[in-house]
Design a protein around this ligand. Structure first.
Ligand SMILES: *[C@@H]1O[C@H](CO)[C@@H](O)[C@H](O)[C@H]1NC(C)=O
Length: 221
């Protein structure tokens, strides 16, 4: 009897934990909450404070920020343009972000993770090799052509690589948070402020002091 009870309890706790972990942004309590980007902020909420709903206009729900390619002239050859509560105030509290991903020929969106969102990407142009690694170190990969889509589960390290030396690639991603956050694995590890102690990086990556210095310099740290 006792064991049956504890098995049930374990099951219940397991399901509750799973549901809790799968949660994205909290549900909105109103139809919309247009982000107030003008008033000075005196108090800080989970998300942006809203304007008076009577002042809502269609333009608050529209943006053209994704219409232009981002500048990909950087060491990795990629640029991500995101909607957010400033360029698309009607997005506030809706639990959504749309991202335009431009990748130069041979460019790469380096391995990174989004702590607060799952992501689904559709390739619009070019050929993109995508992949993510799960918590048991298994790699899932695919080559996307125009029209193909791929899911990156929440919080897992993933990348997008344009293997073509001739053509750019363009993708659009939807993420289920208005503030997904992004940590580029190599950049966060080697160029944090202040720096992670060299001893830690040497041990973690099994590299020498000159390696640490070189990688930091390569990544602009
Ligand atoms: C991305 O593109 C925008 C617009 O061209 C530019 O202002 C920004 O500096 C670029 N970001 C990177 C990391 O290159």
């Amino acid at each position: 009897m006792k064991t049956k009870c504890s098995i049930l309890l374990q099951l219940f706790l397991g399901v509750a934990l799973l549901l809790g972990m799968a949660k994205s942004d909290p549900d909105p309590l109103q139809d919309y909450c247009i982000a107030d980007n003008k008033s000075p902020q005196y108090f800080f909420t989970n998300g942006a404070p809203c304007i008076n709903p009577d002042e809502a206009e269609s333009s608050h729900f529209a943006t053209s920020v994704l219409s232009k390619p981002g500048n990909t002239r950087n060491i990795f050859g990629f640029n991500v343009t995101l909607t957010n509560t400033v360029n698309l105030p009607g997005l506030n509290t809706q639990g959504l972000t749309l991202a335009r991903v431009d990748i130069a020929d041979n460019g790469i969106v380096v391995p990174h993770s989004h702590p607060r969102a799952s992501e689904v990407t559709i390739c619009l142009e070019g050929l993109i090799h995508v992949g993510f690694v799960d918590t048991s170190k298994r790699l899932y990969t695919r080559t996307l052509r125009a029209g193909d889509a791929f899911v990156f589960p929440k919080g897992l390290i993933h990348y997008l690589y344009n293997g073509s030396p001739m053509a750019r690639a363009v993708a659009v991603s939807g993420l289920n948070s208005q503030n997904p956050g992004a940590q580029l694995t190599s950049v966060a590890t080697f160029t944090s402020i202040p720096e992670i102690p060299d001893e830690v990086l040497k041990k973690a990556f099994q590299i020498s002091e000159p390696d640490v210095i070189k990688i930091r310099r390569n990544l602009g740290g």
